[in-house]
Design a protein around this ligand. Structure first.
Ligand code: MG
Length: 307
């Protein structure tokens, strides 16, 4: 845990990246033993991190106070992406049950979204909560394409969209309908834009492997057209997060890519497994947690995550 793990380190592509990391800070492997891990979410009040081990049908928990790892929930309905809302509640995407849920303060699980226009969702993948309490999530078909990460089934909707759950009316609205496989998503720190990854290249030759940016319209609930933000140069972008200065820290095949606010790749955190997702955590939000294939890694950075 305290030595250097082979295949890790920082790669500077633009000199501006030098200020983002601490030269002697090591990438640590905090846990291994999963099959395909995803969806890290940090709980500041409890000082723990949870993440999904999708094929093993469980959610894991790492305790920041003593470094121990335990099973948080099993079965997890092949959960994938998670986030924490402003009240500190866990919001989860579930492949098997094809829904987005919220774990309430008493531990009960409430379904926020499982259909759109009376048709079942495909398999919600990743989720974010806006400051107004609305829940925005992507719905690609990975959880119904095979039994490994869910259960094989036909898509009832016949397309893969991005949706918004309204916290007042419980309505589900499609907010982006021109994606092949919408995946990770995150609001810019000022919430004026929503960034969405398309991982369509997994199922369409020459398909998208990029992040697009959409202006949030003045109604706060709909999006303008997407503009290309960044094309992935190694594999694909799955999950990503913003730091407080507007940089994007995103998963890729060879590690975590750091993109400046214009979308230029300025540096990498090299990780020896394919990275699926990241999140900032720790009391100061200066520690990046990285889910990568079978393992969960972390590294302290010289930047802070966006709230
Ligand atoms: Mg994902």
């Amino acid at each position: 845990m305290f030595g250097t793990i082979e295949g890790t380190g920082f790669e500077i592509i633009d000199p501006s990246f030098t200020a983002c990391f601490i030269g002697h800070a090591k990438v640590e492997r905090l846990w291994t033993g999963g099959r395909w891990v995803e969806g890290p979410a940090y709980f500041a009040a409890g000082r723990y991190l949870i993440w999904s081990d999708i094929p093993n049908n469980r959610i894991m928990r790492w305790d920041e106070t003593d470094g121990s790892v335990s099973v948080f929930r099993e079965p997890s309905n092949n959960s994938n992406g998670h986030t924490v809302d402003a009240q500190g509640r866990l919001i989860s995407c579930e492949h098997l049950t094809r829904r987005v849920t919220r774990t309430e303060f008493d531990g009960s699980i409430r379904v926020l979204a499982d259909q759109w226009q009376s048709k079942r969702l495909n398999s919600p993948n990743d989720v974010v909560v806006k400051s107004d309490g609305s829940v925005w999530f992507t719905d690609p078909s990975y959880g119904i394409l095979m039994d490994y990460e869910g259960k094989r089934a036909e898509s009832e909707i016949g397309a893969c969209h991005v949706y918004r759950y309204d916290p007042v009316t419980s309505d589900i609205q499609a907010v982006a309908t021109d994606y092949v496989k919408p995946n990770g998503l995150a609001f810019s720190p000022d919430e004026r834009e929503l960034f969405i990854a398309d991982t369509g290249v997994t199922h369409k030759l020459g398909g998208p492997a990029h992040i697009r940016r959409h202006k949030v319209n003045s109604d706060g609930r709909t999006l303008g057209p997407g503009k290309l933000f960044s094309e992935c140069s190694a594999g694909l972008y799955d999950g990503f997060r913003f730091d407080a200065d507007g940089r994007v820290w995103t998963s890729a095949e060879d590690g975590v890519h750091c993109l400046d606010p214009k979308g230029n790749l300025i540096g990498k955190i090299k990780v020896p497994e394919i990275v699926s997702n990241v999140c900032f955590g720790g009391p100061k939000l200066n520690r990046l947690f990285i889910t990568a294939t079978t393992s969960m890694y972390s590294v302290f950075l010289n930047v802070n995550g966006s709230h």
